[in-house]
Design a protein around this ligand. Sequence first.
Ligand SMILES: *Cc1c(COP(=O)(O)O)cnc(C)c1O
Length: 343
Amino acid sequence: MPQHFASDNYAGVCPEAFSALVAANAGHAMAYGDDEWTRRVSDRMRAIFETDCDVYFVFNGTAANSLALASLCQSYHSVICHELAHVITDECGAPEFFSNGAKLLPALGEFGKLNPGEVARLVEKRTDIHYPKPKVVTLTQATELGTLYRPEEIAAICAQARHYGLRVHMDGARFANAVASLGVSPADITWRAGVDVLCFGGTKMGLPVGEAVVFFDRRLSEDFAYRCKQAGQLASKMRFLAAPWLGMLEEGAWLRHAAHANAMAQRLSQGLADLPGLRLVAPTEANGVFVDVPDAVAAELRRRGWRFYNFIGGAARFMCSWDIEAETVDALLDDLRSLCVAG
Ligand SMILES: *Cc1c(COP(=O)(O)O)cnc(C)c1O
């Protein structure tokens, strides 16, 4: 199948992750995470985050987010998230299910981003016994609209959360794209800014499967291993979840691939900026381009074989994966140009 922009998940496994996976297949190893690969990649994470964090590996992002959120609250609590957040729009109620009923409270905010004022509004809206008590704020970095929180924006939201006694979770399905684009250290947009737990996305950045749940406040990870096991998320041959991470993180491949994906999104975004009839709905800051495309143009693009999603709200979403080629971006731009200019 040719390259597409529908999802970063259409792409395959990057070579660095793949060779680490093959290397991990040499003979026997201990099961359930007691192996050398899992230990090495956990140590590598502690080096990258410059802190003594606790690291767990699960199969996908829905499990990572739901189990992490469940560990931050009780069933009678609520979780403040942006109204477009994956946890509320795309996880089939898993956060509510795994927390035994904690409620997600949708917040407003431009370009997919939460802000301290919205946190305050939702906390103060109700303080009576009949309303689920807000206990967690969850941020997505990069956001569902391909935008980014700057370190100071995260710090301000975390400070507001602390003020009200709330914990902070970060959905980092595209964390690599955020780090590469902002050019910051991973610590600066997580624990140093006040984030308690990060779901660090592996799949979209080029692993075969798997996400890491990184606890910066280690008291919060008490019994997390049991939670994973009960949810069917404890990999028996854990080394095959862990080893690809090592290939990705050891020599900086994760940031190289993410920077490439971001650059391709910039190329697309700039290329379509002055085409008549098209309008970006959010600034392009990571690896996704969100653009209002006239229905007839979108239909004709699809007829020509391009695959892309209509994001919530209707804009066309073009995701650039780690391996998307400049030629693919240019071919899409050629088609857009011919359709838009032809009117
Ligand atoms: C893709 C994605 C996830 C993870 O989804 P799974 O399909 O469960 O792995 C989580 N959050 C965001 C913002 C995503 O884009």
